[in-house]
Design a binder for this molecule. Structure first.
Ligand SMILES: Cc1cc2nc3c(=O)[nH]c(=O)nc-3n(C[C@H](O)[C@H](O)[C@H](O)COP(=O)(O)OP(=O)(O)OC[C@H]3O[C@@H](n4cnc5c(N)ncnc54)[C@H](O)[C@@H]3O)c2cc1C
Length: 492
């Protein structure tokens, strides 16, 4: 049986942030990780984090302040957030950049990787060699006598007769064990890996959700907290992010042409066959994700024979909305063009075989195949063609440059794009020290929640379009909880 000061459940950014803060203050820490690797979504998925007034920003002359960021975030959330929490996360953000660097994870200041935010002041700190950097963090933890236990799941928070934390029950390589401790920090990454919980909180049909998030984040933390009387009925949100064309039969399926065509503003229709958005929303990932979610979880983008032949032979001077993400990482210049897609017909056939694409010999034929009214679809296409002819989108105000392709020549194609999430946000109520609150709103001493699981107070109904905020929240909430736990353990 182990004995320690603090048990941290989950070795993602939030958990590592908390654990390092504790060992640096001389506390004994056991960091639990369910899988056989540390890092979570912050390592395998994310590329960086948001910060304001960092050393890198000062060197680059960026004049965006803590006050500016605070206002932007609370306004975006319509004040439906905890203002002290938002302010604290933003205030901590600059020091976290130096703190990460000191512990071995370097970052560089880059532009927001979303096309429509190119004029924003720089706040995105992109990881440099993140896998090595994360390894350095864990080496530091172990050098300072912290213990990382992989393949060890936190299962239950144990309380003594006074209701104080006395330990954590874990499943360690198949065996149930207890770790004695004085405080516990839940950092398990939310619940995107648990189908039942997702179905409970998802407002769209589960079939239409594609998750890129951490599969091992199965809501264990929320269940552990619920069991000891915490308030776990706070909003449970999805981190909607763009939309994806996927094969339900083969989740590994990827086709470059289909991917690029998903990332440009062609004509999109909803499940009723109607246009529903200015498709150039694809240049803002959060808003694109949100409008897809709101449309019922999916939409189709449409092509006709003329557009297919054009794209087979020609490149188009539009930007693939994901190009900047990859180019910024590789430090390569943007091309601002897509195509030509030399095998586009074969690519479209692949999508059809994967049951995510359909072809119709007429609009009515396509309508029948995708189960929408042929009259509605014919009207949608006719009215879109008129807008293209006028060169102006008077319906949703898509930029003129994208009003280029009318759809007239059969066969017609429809490709289905699904709602996509990076994970879940929220569930449990915490205060601005990330101390968990019980159902009466009272602080549960020695119990903390950080990262995705505790994000209710930072994000109202979705995460804002400012890039890197979820990682900023994870690292900073971890550090703040760690510091609070240090004081608490000292007192006891
Ligand atoms: C593809 C992708 C790209 C992203 N890009 C960005 C980006 O560029 N910038 C940004 O800010 N955000 C980004 N995000 C979101 C961001 O990565 C997450 O919000 C953030 O990393 C969450 O950190 P966390 O520590 O709360 O959770 P996680 O990173 O999910 O870590 C939780 C850890 O806990 C472990 N765990 C779960 N249950 C238990 C248990 N019972 N016991 C022990 N361990 C357990 C999990 O295995 C996991 O390792 C991205 C997410 C994805 C999926």
């Amino acid at each position: 049986m182990y004995k320690t000061d603090v048990v941290v459940v989950g070795a993602g950014a939030a958990g590592i942030g908390a654990a390092l803060t504790l060992v640096d203050a001389g506390q004994k820490v056991i960091l639990l990780e369910k899988g056989n690797k540390f890092g979570g979504a912050g390592m395998f998925g994310a590329q960086g984090l948001f910060a304001v007034e960092s050393r890198l920003q000062k060197e680059a002359g960026v004049s965006y302040s803590v006050k500016d960021a605070y206002h932007d975030l609370v306004d975006y959330a319509h004040y439906r957030v905890d203002l002290k929490t938002v302010k604290k996360i933003v205030e901590y953000s600059a020091s976290t950049i130096d703190w990460l660097q000191k512990h071995g994870l370097k970052t560089e200041l880059v532009n927001n990787t979303q096309e429509v935010h190119q004029k924003n002041l720089q706040t995105y700190h992109q990881y440099i060699d993140k896998f090595t950097g994360f390894s350095h963090l864990i080496e530091h933890l172990e050098k300072e006598h912290g213990i990382l236990l992989t393949e060890t799941s936190g299962e239950k928070i144990l309380l003594d007769t006074d209701g104080q934390v006395s330990g954590v029950q874990v499943l360690h390589q198949g065996k149930t064990e207890e770790i004695l401790c004085k405080a516990v920090i839940i950092a398990d990454g939310g619940f995107i890996g648990d189908q039942q919980l997702v179905k409970e909180y998802l407002e769209i049909n589960y079939e239409n959700l594609y998750s890129m998030g951490e599969r091992k984040a199965t809501g264990d933390g929320l269940k552990m907290l619920e069991n000891i009387g915490a308030d776990t009925k706070q909003p449970h949100l999805f981190e909607n992010h763009a939309a994806s064309v996927i094969s339900k039969d083969n989740l590994k399926w990827h086709n470059n042409s289909i991917f690029s065509l998903t990332n440009i503003p062609l004509l999109w229709i909803n499940s009723r066959g109607q246009r529903f958005v200015n498709e150039d929303i694809c240049y803002d990932f959060a808003l694109w994700g949100n409008v897809t979610y709101k449309a019922g979880g999916f939409y189709y983008y449409l092509l006709d024979e003329k557009l297919v032949s054009f794209l087979t032979k020609n490149s188009l001077d539009w930007t693939d909305s994901f190009e900047r993400t990859f180019k910024t990482l590789a430090h390569e210049p943007m091309t601002y063009k897509i195509g030509p897609f030399n095998n586009l017909k074969a690519d479209l056939n692949e999508a059809i075989e994967q049951k995510t694409g359909w072809i119709g010999n007429s609009i009515a034929d396509l309508a029948e195949k995708i189960n929408v009214s042929s009259t509605v679809l014919e009207n949608t296409i006719k009215s879109y063609n008129n807008l293209v002819k006028a060169g102006k989108d008077s319906e949703f105000y898509k930029a003129d440059q994208f009003m280029k392709f009318s759809l007239k020549k059969e066969p017609f194609y429809a490709i289905k794009a699904c709602s996509t999430t990076l994970g879940t946000l929220g569930g449990v109520q915490v205060d601005d020290n990330f101390n968990v609150l019980d159902k009466n709103g009272e602080v549960m001493q020695s119990v903390f929640a950080v990262g995705n699981t505790a994000a209710t107070n930072m994000f109202a109904d979705s995460y804002p379009t400012i890039e890197g905020l979820s990682c900023a929240f994870a690292w900073n909430s971890g550090r703040i909880a760690g510091e609070t736990a240090v004081n608490l353990v000292h007192k006891n």
